[in-house]
Design a protein around this ligand. Sequence first.
Ligand code: ZN
Length: 249
Amino acid sequence: MNLLPACLLEADVHAYVWVLVYLSIGRYETNDLRMGEHLGTHLDAPRHFAEGQWSIAEIPPENLVASAVVVDIRYKAATDPDVTVTVSDIQKWEEENGRIPKGAVVVQCSGWSAFYGKNKTAFWGNDREDTTDFHFPGFGFESVSWLLEHRDIVGIAVDTPSLDCGQCKGFPVHVVAGTYNIYGIENMKDTCLLPSSGAILYVAPMKIAEGSGGPVRLLGVWDDSASRGCAAYIHVNLLMLALDFCVLI
Ligand SMILES: [Zn+2]
C-alpha cells in the first residue's frame, strides 16, 4: 500500500490516493481518494459561505439540470484580468437572447480555462504565493444581487478559480449567492464553446452529506437544428465542461 500524490493537471491541489493492488488474483485496482471539496471543477454549496443553507447533498435535483445563460466578457478580460460580469453585461445578453429563463445557471465566459494546466501565472495572476495579488475575472456583487432580485436563477458559474474576482475584497458574491440558496460552479472548462443560449447543463456533483462543496461532472448539451430541402436534421452537441483529475500511480 502506497500513499501517492494525485494531480489536477498543473494546479496546486492537495489530493492523495491510496493505491491498492492485489496481485494474487490478477489485476484488481481500487483507490481511496483523499482530497478537499473545493478542487478542480467543483460546486460550491450554498452553506459554503451561508450557515444553515443547503449542503451539496440538499440541493434539489431539479436545480441540477438547468438552462445555460452564457455571458461573454472576453472583450474586456483580454486586456484586463480584474474585470467582472456586470449588470450591463447581463442586460446586453437579454437584449440579444431574451429574458433569462427561470431556473437558469448564469455562466461566465472569460476564456480563462485556456490557461489551466498551461500557464499557472496567467491563471492566478501571479505565482500563487501572494493571495492579495490574484488577478482573474469573476462576478460582480451588483450583478449577482440584480440577478437574485430580478430573475429566478439556481446557480452561477465561472471559468476562473473563484466566483469573486481575484481583486474583489472579501467574498461578497459567495455570501449573497449562498444566502439565497444559489450554488456556484468554479473552474468550469470551455464555457466559451457553449452557445449564448439554448444549452442545457447537467450538473452532477458528488453527493457528500453535510458537504460544503464537491467535485462536479459537468455536461452541456444543445441541438443544432436545420433543414436541407425536405429533410430536417438535428445535430446534438455534447460538451464536457469539467477539468480532468489526474491520479499519479
Ligand atoms: Zn469552491
